[in-house]
Design a protein around this ligand. Structure first.
Ligand code: GBH
Length: 486
């Protein structure tokens, strides 16, 4: 990776795009409208007792399905250059495969035309966790390689319908997260008698095959498009300089980012650590599959929110054992890591369970993080920060509108994030765009509506669901007023 200073002016180049992101199930609502088929998230939110922290569903959420025109207008009004959204697979293909729902195609066509009308670049993700229920019921969803053909067929429908106007595509969002979510709650989804400990890796295998084939098909249909997938994970910092802690950090990279990025960016196959774990139960990739997987991305896209400290357990970093009796998947991925914000002097976000606050304002580590991604995987490919954002502490307990709209910690997160990104760019890291999560408060998966990532507040108690800009949105926009080359 050539480390020539490329950007000594500490400004974003003219063609740098900064945007905002949201995802289908989290924002659309209209869960039963216009022929949408159910997804696994309809089951998780409606049927699985205790699964959603505040017992809410996303049946209505931001009602973006009906309010997208004003949503895009509000984003454009602040000068935002890109809008990243997801297609709902089960809206387009209600059964995950077979008939295409033309009403859904017309809907997304209008979202895309509206973006273009407002001079906002549309960026499309094909899959952000809301798997068509029919595919889960029929063959276990991502657990089965049957999904590969169905995903590629769905991708083709999307490319054919939208590829004339959409140049930026992400196949899947955060496979580390949705694959580790297997097994799904056993009472609510058919049990295919696959050991729990194997399920995440069967999913990972299907993802690598699906992504890489969808990439090839996409490039054949849209030679000028940029196609990638979204990685995720915090920067991993060793707690001490011991060799055991260094091993713990490497283990974490290997079983998280490296699980997908090593095959796609480096070798066409799993890294040695993952391979040792999966070889007894996963078939090896064929030579031609490896060839398809290797290089199947035009950029390195990473959802880069935060950083965490990692350390080895007292017993040292042990070999990963295929423990099929483990109640859940064995956490080969994690060895041990601490969420202790004290170690980094970081502010802690309100994002999750107070016992596992994964989100820290660790923007001071971002330059090192971006260098690591560039040196390890991206090499000469551009880097896209495909999500980043912060949940303002105590926001949920505020009652006055003026207080809700004043979010100084999220504002300083965005401000410092921009500066840290510029620092890395000044040192030669080629970041071409960033997408802030999120355009407004939305359905935060298992946390329901209790964690808020929005740069706009949505009053969910008012049926009109009015939107209001928070201070952080102005701060984000201001960074580009100041730092973007004119
Ligand atoms: C993103 O994932 C998602 O793409 C997006 O949909 C989501 O709204 C956004 O983050 C904000 O959360 O609670 O300690 O068990 C970021 C990666 C993976 C981080 C799951 C939180 C749960 C950690 N996320 N993780 S914990």
């Amino acid at each position: 990776h050539p480390m020539e200073p490329k950007n000594e002016s500490w400004s974003f180049p003219k063609d740098f795009w900064w945007g905002v992101a949201g995802a289908s199930y989290q924002i659309e609502g209209a869960a039963k409208a216009d022929g949408r088929g159910p997804s696994i998230w309809d089951v998780l939110s409606h049927r699985v007792a205790g699964f959603i922290h505040d017992n809410t569903t996303a049946d209505i959420s931001d009602n973006n399905y009906y309010m997208y025109k004003q949503d895009i207008a509000r984003v454009a009004a602040l000068g935002v250059k890109a809008y990243s959204f997801t297609l709902s697979w089960s809206r387009i293909m209600p059964f995950g495969r077979g008939p295409v729902n033309e009403v859904a195609i017309a809907h997304y066509n209008d979202i895309i035309s509206t973006c273009i009308e407002y001079d906002v670049i549309p960026m499309v993700t094909l899959f952000h966790w809301d798997l068509p229920l029919a595919l889960q019921d029929t063959y276990g969803g991502w657990l089965s390689e049957n999904i590969v053909g169905d995903f590629v067929a769905y991708a083709k429908v999307a490319y054919a319908a939208f590829g004339d106007r959409v140049d930026h595509w992400f196949t899947v969002n955060e496979p580390i997260v949705f694959c580790n979510d297997y097994p799904l709650p056993a009472m609510y989804f058919k049990n295919f008698s696959i050991p729990n400990a194997h399920q995440p890796f069967l999913c990972g295998q299907s993802v690598l095959l699906s992504h890489s084939q969808a990439y090839q098909v996409g490039k054949a249909m849209m030679p000028n498009a940029t196609i990638s997938y979204k990685n995720n994970g915090g920067y991993k910092i060793p707690q001490t300089n011991s060799s055991d802690d260094a091993l713990a950090v490497q283990r974490a990279w290997d079983f998280n980012e490296g699980w997908f990025s090593d095959p796609i960016f480096l070798t066409g196959d799993y890294n040695a650590a993952v391979k040792a774990y999966v070889s007894s139960f996963l078939r090896p990739f064929t030579a031609s599959e490896k060839q398809t997987i290797l290089g199947s991305a035009d950029s390195y896209a990473h959802d880069a929110y935060t950083a965490q400290f990692y350390f080895a357990p007292d017993s040292g970093v042990q070999a990963c054992i295929d423990n099929t009796t483990h109640p859940l998947y064995p956490t080969c991925a994690n060895t041990s890591y601490t969420y202790s914000a004290q170690d980094g002097g970081w502010l802690v976000g309100a994002a999750a369970d107070p016992l596992s606050p994964w989100l820290h304002k660790a923007t001071d580590w971002l330059p090192a993080f971006l260098h690591y991604l560039a040196d390890t995987w991206a090499k000469d490919l551009p880097i896209v920060v495909s999500e980043f954002g912060f949940a303002e502490p105590f926001e949920s307990s505020k009652t006055l509108l003026q207080d809700i709209l004043y979010d100084p910690i999220r504002s300083s997160y965005f401000h410092d994030y921009m500066r840290a990104m510029l620092m890395a760019m000044s040192e030669g890291v080629n970041v071409v765009g960033c997408l802030a999560w999120s355009l407004y408060d939305n359905y935060e998966w298992a946390t329901g509506f209790s964690a808020k990532f929005g740069m706009q507040y949505v009053n969910f108690t008012d049926p009109a669901l009015p939107r209001y800009y928070k201070a952080s949105f102005f701060e984000y926009a201001r960074a580009f007023e100041i730092y973007q080359e004119k």
